[in-house]
Ligand binder design. Sequence first.
Ligand SMILES: Nc1ncnc2c1ncn2[C@@H]1O[C@H](COP(=O)(O)OP(=O)(O)OP(=O)(O)O)[C@@H](O)[C@H]1O
Ligand SMILES: [Mg+2]
Length: 264
Amino acid sequence: MLADLKMPGALEALDDILHGVDSGALTAAEAVETLLNAQIQLRNNRRLQAAMRSSRLPAVKTLADFDFSFQPSIRREQVESLHELGFLERKENVILLGPPGVGKTHIAISLAIAAAQSGRRVYYGTLADLITGLEEAQAAGKLLQRMKVLTHPALLVVDEIGYLPVTRTGATLFFQMIARRYERASTVLTSNKPFEEWGEILGDEVMAAALIDRLLHHCHILSIRGNSYRMRHHTELWQQLHRESPSTSTPPRGGRKTRETPRG
Ligand SMILES: Nc1ncnc2c1ncn2[C@@H]1O[C@H](COP(=O)(O)OP(=O)(O)OP(=O)(O)O)[C@@H](O)[C@H]1O
Ligand SMILES: [Mg+2]
């Protein structure tokens, strides 16, 4: 019957589950739940694989991989509740602000993955890439199609607002795209720059103000303050050195001889 219903995930798990029931390890209710979970897992993985191909997501990052203890400025409950995806239903936006390496892209991707696993269409791009795509489409007379690609997804990630300069035309096209998505679908944006500097990034204060107005109307803002996760090993190394030589308050200078006997 599972084969007939096209439930290969459940079918594969069936023998183990029946064994678990026979040995008394699983109750009937647990067996049903495990069986259905096996199928849901398979379906979610397939959805994720399809989304990874079509959405241009650069990596797989999930909530489970995120170390909240490293980033105390993030409210765990807020991030977890966003992953329940109510904001998508309500067409709200999420804006992640903060310095390099604090996990903005990680959280943006994990929201996109959660959305893809729930069967929604998602799309990812850096601001620079999205604008290049729009400019190229405009030059080729295909702007409308491109706009549709970017306005259709239930979740669009616009990553890295603020790192690369954008052209005036590019900024105008970006504004049009966000205006089309406004109150129709959710956008997750990340930036290393506060809103006051977006006018400078987009080369137009008035347009930036109108853009921010639309984005913030229904929006969750996560402002992350903290250290770069990319640098964590360097911090540990520095602290380790510090612990081993408590008498020195500054890191060892270059050229200083160590006590360790050189090998070889
Ligand atoms: N709290 C964390 N727990 C686990 N991994 C993390 C955490 N924060 C960041 N990372 C990892 O560190 C790397 C950098 O994080 P991420 O790309 O999200 O930074 P970012 O805030 O987008 O930085 P940038 O502004 O430079 O793009 C990624 O590989 C990410 O998965
Ligand atoms: Mg990033």
